[in-house]
Design a protein around this ligand. Structure first.
Ligand SMILES: [Zn+2]
Length: 287
């Protein structure tokens, strides 16, 4: 038997994953700008918001074009936001991180998808205080779909199933259980916090957007890492929020983009959350 073996050098895959991230990042920029304006993310092609000149393909290369043009439109010289290369670079780095951490696996695809969704939410919330429903709900459905394909690692659904049922449940059912648990507890917890804040302060402190965002985050992360995300997001929000208010000299009732902080926390939890959860559990066991 003949066997054909194609050897791909490791750095070729590294470069491919990174460039793929840059291209997806370029598409995420379109989502970030157009979804809050209820515009199509497919048509028309990108144009300068100032002079409406459509952007040529060679001026649309991720990161590189922005650097060559020194952040200005080629036609009219209007400044182009540094957000564009930043989002492209961030997406590429996160995709590369997913590949390095999880290998060329379905799991890496799951976390790269999650990172992409989170990037859109972090930036739309920061710019417009909007966490678009279409992103939250699409993310929730994708989270459930990935749960069916990937074995669970949260352990909570398995723990409940072992006590509730005499025979072991099929893996996809347990996995889906973890996704639903994460989504239900994560979103209810945020809803409760928002409701308590409203009762105490008499004004809206958190929108329903954050609650819906946690449906998606919970479906991807499962119960334990969802709780960790809320904890880390609140800490990040307190620290960065204070700095933000001080730097901008805004009033203390300035509305903070809590969804942005939750999103940053969720991405940190993807890469470091499992170690934190394991450490915490071993602490509990050790007592
Ligand atoms: Zn222009």
């Amino acid at each position: 038997m003949w066997q054909i073996r194609v050897v791909i050098p490791a750095y070729a895959i590294d470069i491919f994953v990174f460039c793929f991230g840059l291209i997806i990042g370029s598409f995420l920029n379109v989502c970030i700008v157009r979804i809050p304006e209820s515009k199509s993310i497919v048509m028309p092609a990108s144009a300068c918001p100032k002079c409406a000149t459509s952007i040529r393909p060679y001026d649309n290369i991720p990161v590189i074009s922005w650097l060559i043009l020194r952040g200005k439109c080629r036609a009219c010289g209007a400044p182009i936001s540094p957000m564009y290369p930043a989002v492209e670079m961030l997406t590429a780095l996160l995709f590369f991180g997913c590949y390095q951490t999880f290998g060329l696996t379905t799991n890496a695809l799951k976390w790269a998808t999650f990172s992409a969704l989170i990037i859109v939410l972090v930036f739309t919330d920061f710019r417009e205080r909007i966490l678009p429903d279409v992103v939250n709900y699409t993310g929730f459905v994708l989270g459930l779909a990935f749960a069916l394909a990937i074995a669970p690692n949260d352990g909570t659904a398995n723990w409940i199933a072992r006590r509730a049922f005499a025979t072991p449940l099929p893996t996809p059912v347990v996995s889906l259980g973890d996704a639903f648990l994460g989504a239900a507890v994560g979103s209810s917890l945020l809803w409760l916090v928002g409701e308590a804040y409203f009762r105490l302060r008499g004004r809206e402190g958190m929108g329903l957007g954050d609650v819906k965002m946690m449906l998606m985050v919970g479906a991807f992360l499962g119960l334990k890492r969802t709780l960790l995300t809320i904890l880390a997001g609140s800490l990040l929000g307190s620290v960065l929020g204070m700095l933000f208010i001080l730097a901008r000299k805004k009033e203390s009732n300035y509305e903070l983009p809590f969804g942005s902080f939750l999103g940053m926390a969720a991405v940190l939890v993807v890469f470091f959350g499992t170690s934190v959860v394991n450490w915490y559990q071993s602490m509990l066991m050790g007592r």
